[in-house]
Design a protein around this ligand. Structure first.
Ligand code: NAD
Length: 499
């Protein structure tokens, strides 16, 4: 059995804790590898390595650091097929989806080529008599990222690219469910010219996460995953005095106004509700048609589309809508929610529970499910299912639909489909959700904007990628100077409150 270890100090390191976790091929249901789960000692060794390497990296000028990113982008393009294949094999998503996963991370690396500009400080000449003030942005030191299974290429890159471009050393603790691609990314960074020890991949579970959160030399932690763990990581990391940002779960609504282009809205729901088997934090899981007429027109067009979704293993070609769920546990959880939705009184219009993939009967496949007449009190509405299950909640008016999305505890993404400019503008201005789409179902901001949810979808005051990340991974030092140094009458400016 293949064993996946760690990548520390620029080398592959075999796990020594004696603990491992199974890595499946979700299409076949077979265990394909074992991933090592790091002990505290193994984590500490990685942090020591990172700490030793970081000062020289921080002293490397930002332009040279950016050139590593430039080369990394080339290598990602060179190895795109290889990365996508390894990703699909452990995650289950289709190959086009896997390439999208790599590309959305690559775009962040591309943005980080602008590090010299993004790291510039500020300067004020003559802030007092003979007094100048300037500020510089310095890296924090050793920082860490803890990432989820659903984007094993994109989210690690969202974390380590800006952190490293800023001059930090990085400890990546990826998901134990699909650990191969994060290690391949670390190899490519080394090939791109990154010094050893600046990007370390430590595989593990709660033990490694707790080790990161408690370690005094980890200065900042970026987490992405489910909300319960995000809250835990945020509380424990902050209590240890670290800078922490955590991004959690979602329940993304899509309002369909009576004037929406219904074909466009249905296309959008099929892609955003069922793509990647619904295992996306930006998936649309709640459709809110406004008015009974709109709801009836929607159901008439949507139902046959959901019945005819094409489900296949990634090896079967590129035209499938989605593949299997990531693990048997994920399959059981999603199926359990569908059972619960029926018990709670929702109408299951399309039932995908009995779907079986011919030749892949042990794979973690489930068909697309569609619920109508879902209400606010049901657990299938309140909780994140993270599977190919779409709930339709009928609203009588725009205000009722808006209130529904606003009163949900999650606030990651949201969309409205309409041709009415007033409604679109009102919606974008009033909604209390971080990422908004107008006739765009999955409004993932591009790399040069920031990505982050509100409410219980995001904790911490700065978001991921975009210029925010360059603030998160640096701290500002402000320097006040008197020129010429012998000048006397600047004293009252330097300590104004003492006069
Ligand atoms: P998860 O919370 O199970 O795992 C995330 C990370 O936390 C993994 O590295 C895992 O090893 C670690 N972890 C798990 N249990 C832990 C524990 N008890 N203590 C400490 N660490 C622990 O999430 P997942 O299932 O891998 O990913 C899916 C979730 O991530 C969904 O809720 C999804 O909405 C969310 N997500 C959010 C965003 C976003 O930007 N908001 C993006 C992608 C995914």
């Amino acid at each position: 059995m293949r064993e996946i270890g760690h990548f520390i100090g620029g080398k592959h390191v075999v796990g020594t804790s004696g603990r491992t976790s199974d890595v499946f091929n979700p299409a076949t249901g077979e265990v394909e590898a074992k991933v090592a789960l790091a002990s505290a000692d193994e984590l500490n060794a990685a942090i020591e390595n990172a700490k030793a390497a970081q000062p020289a990296w921080a002293a490397t000028n930002p332009q040279r650091r950016a050139r590593v990113m430039m080369k990394f982008v080339d290598l990602l393009n060179r190895d795109m097929d290889k990365l996508a294949e390894a990703l699909s094999r452990e995650h289950g998503k289709t190959l086009p989806d896997a390439k999208g996963d790599v590309i959305r991370g690559l775009e962040v690396a591309e943005f980080c080529i602008g590090a010299p500009h993004l790291l510039k400080g500020e300067f004020t000449e003559g802030a007092g008599p003979g007094i100048d003030i300037h500020s510089v942005r310095q890296p924090l030191g050793v920082v860490a990222g803890i990432t989820p299974f659903n984007f094993p290429a994109m989210i690690p890159m969202w974390k380590f690219c800006p952190a490293i471009a800023c001059g930090n050393a990085f400890i990546l603790k990826p998901s134990e469910r699909d650990p191969s691609v994060p290690i391949m990314l670390a190899e490519l960074m080394l090939e791109a010219g990154l010094p050893e020890g600046i990007l370390n991949v430590v595989n593990g579970d709660k033990e490694a996460v707790d080790g990161i959160l408690d370690h005094r030399d980890i200065m900042a932690v970026g987490f992405v995953g489910s909300t319960a763990i995000a809250e835990y990581v945020y509380a424990r990391g902050c209590a240890a005095g670290k800078r922490v940002q955590c991004f959690g779960g979602a329940k993304n609504h899509m309002l369909i106004m009576p004037d929406a282009d219904m074909d466009q809205a249905v296309d959008a729901l099929v892609g955003a509700g069922y793509g990647a088997a619904g295992e996306r934090c930006m998936a649309v899981s709640v459709a809110v048609p406004i008015g009974e007429g709109t709801a009836d027109r929607l159901m008439k067009k949507l139902t046959p589309r959901v019945e005819n979704l094409k489900i296949a293993p990634y090896t079967a070609g590129n035209d499938a809508d989605f593949g299997p769920l990531v693990t048997k546990a994920a399959y059981d959880r999603v199926k359990g929610y569908v059972d619960k939705g029926i018990e709670e009184g929702a109408d299951l219009v399309v039932d995908g529970r009995d779907f079986s993939m011919q030749g892949y009967e042990n794979g973690f496949f489930i068909g697309g499910c569609l619920f109508d007449n879902v209400t606010k009190d049901m657990s299938i509405y309140r909780e994140e299912i993270f599977g190919p299950v779409l709930s339709v909640v009928r609203a009588k008016t725009y205000e009722e639909g808006l209130d529904l999305a606003m009163s949900h505890e999650y606030g990651n993404g949201v969309a409205i489909f309409t041709r009415d400019g007033d409604a679109a503008r009102d919606f974008a201005a009033r909604i209390n959700i971080g990422m908004v789409g107008i006739n765009v179902p999955v409004p993932v901001p591009l790399a040069y904007y920031t990505f982050g949810g509100w409410k219980r979808s995001g904790f911490g005051d700065l978001n991921q990628h975009g210029p925010d990340a360059f603030r998160f991974y640096t701290r500002t030092k402000t320097i006040t100077s008197r020129w010429p140094s012998g000048i006397k009458d600047g004293a009252e400016f330097v300590i104004p409150t003492m006069n």
